[in-house]
Structures are given as C-alpha cells and as structure tokens.
Design a protein around this ligand. Structure first.
Ligand code: KIV
Ligand code: NA
Length: 266
C-alpha cells in the first residue's frame, strides 16, 4: 500500500474525518501500527524518556532521531512518517536545514519542531527546500525548564488568543500541520477552526482534526511516573497489542476518544 500523503491528510480535515497518529520508534511497531490503520507515525523525541529513561527529552541527539526514523521507515507500510527535531537541532537556520536533510533521507516525510512565531522563517526555508513542517505549539516539552514544568498552556483569554495567533502566523509561514499539546479543549477547537491545515491534538480536547498519543502510554506501559490525564489505556479494551492499536484508531475516528475525562478545561 502506498503511504498516505499530505494531500490526503488535508482532505481528511476538510471532510471531517479524524486523523489517528501514534508515536513509533521501531520497525515492528511501525508494521503493527500501519496494519492497524494508524494514519501517521511520529518518531517523537519522547524516545529519550520512553526508550532511554531520561527525565526529559533534552538529552536526545539528532543521531538518535535518525536511527529510530530509519528503523520506522523499514517497518512501515502505508502510514505517513513524521520525525521530531530534537533539542537545539533547529536553533539556527543552518542547523535546521542540515538536520532536516538527514531526517528526510532516513525516511521522514515531514519534520516536527517545537516553538512559536520566531520559527516562521525556518519553516518557510525548510518548505522551500522540500521539507514539510509540523509546528508543535502549546506545551513544548523541550522548553520544560523555561516553562517551569510540564503544565497546561493557553489558559485564560489572552493566552488563548495568543496561541491562535501563533498558529495563524506559522500557517502563513508555510507550516503544513500543527500539533498542539496540553491546552483547554475550547482552545484546541479554536485553533483547528482558525487554520486550514490539519491540527493534531494531545491533551487538546476532542475537536482537533486528529489525535496523537505516546505508544507506550496507550498500551499501559510506564516507568512508574505519573500518567497524564489525556492518556487512555487501550490494552484494557483490546487484550492484544494489535487490538489495542486498532481500538485507538476506531475510537479516534468515531470521536469517542478523547472523552471529557481526558480533556482540560479553561
Ligand atoms: O515526542 C513526542 O512523542 C511528541 C508527542 C507527545 C506529540 O512530540
Ligand atoms: Na516531541
């Protein structure tokens, strides 16, 4: 099966068909998730926490990202592959271009970077050079030390309006997708309505154009830390990993995930 394209993902938004995305770090899970109907596989820098056991995503290197992206690429059949730019790898335009070149050559079909308006020029240049960009806004875990913890973002009218503005600016700069993390459900909805590109949410309520979860979280696996409110353990419904992932996909598609209990209020 040919991989899903950005054109198809855009028309899913227009049709109102929910997009199901999961993180993925290796070939076997890429195969399993693609078979279960996951539309997009994200090689997230959460691999620093999930696979490597760090307490943040900051230690992850671009070589780590390339290794896992190449692994996912080899197992994938049909999903759209997005790779994260890890900490400091797009701090200058030059770095962004060379690191994205490597990620795309390893098998990524889009890159994701964390940040706001200041990345507009980087996004424009990457797109001109053949690299579609997903802009990650809201809670941006690489800035955990600036934010003062993993906290809900965009609370209150001013903060919410500012985040909608950020989304519009990044769309105008050429971003092909937005990922919004840990914001009130009403703001997730407002961002999805404001832009024409697909908006994927995690802890952003039910009204974004799609959802993403960390694979290990939705399989109920953890290192023992606190599980975020927006996570649902699909193994409880599924019984097997294949069934759990299929249940995640169908729950995103039919709108039953996320429910109110997985969402933040204003
Ligand atoms: O790194 C990651 O897995 C992510 C998702 C949590 C969105 O960025
Ligand atoms: Na990430």
């Amino acid at each position: 099966m040919p991989d899903i394209t950005l054109t198809q993902l855009r028309s899913m938004k227009q049709r109102g068909e929910k997009i199901a995305m999961l993180t993925c770090y290796d070939a076997t899970f890429a195969h399993t998730s693609a078979q279960a109907g996951v539309d997009m596989l994200l090689i997230g820098d959460t691999l620093g926490m999930i696979l490597q056991g760090h307490d943040s995503t900051l230690p992850v290197t671009i070589d780590d990202m390339i290794y896992h992206t190449a692994s996912v690429k080899r197992g994938n059949s049909g999903s759209f592959i997005i790779a994260d730019l890890s900490f400091m790898t797009c701090a200058t335009l030059e770095r962004a271009l060379s690191n994205c070149g490597r990620l795309m050559q390893a098998g990524a079909q889009m890159v994701k970077l964390e940040g706001g308006e200041w990345l507009a020029e980087t996004i424009t240049q990457l797109t001109r050079n053949g690299v579609p960009v997903c802009a990650h806004i809201g809670l941006t875990p690489q800035s955990v030390n600036v934010l003062g913890g993993f906290k809900v973002q965009g609370r209150g009218q001013d903060q919410a309006a500012a985040l909608v503005e950020t989304a519009l600016t990044l769309e105008k700069a050429g971003a092909a997708m937005i990922l919004v993390e840990a914001v009130p459900a009403a703001l997730g909805r407002a961002i999805a309505l404001a832009v024409n590109i697909p908006v994927i949410g995690i802890g952003a309520g039910p009204d974004t154009d799609g959802q993403v979860l960390v694979l290990h979280d939705m399989l109920g696996l953890s290192l023992g830390g606190r599980v975020p409110k927006f996570v649902r353990n699909f193994m409880a419904d599924g019984g097997t990993i294949q069934a759990a992932i299929a249940c995640y996909v169908s729950s995103v598609k039919d709108g039953s995930f996320p429910a109110a209990e997985h969402s933040y209020t204003e």
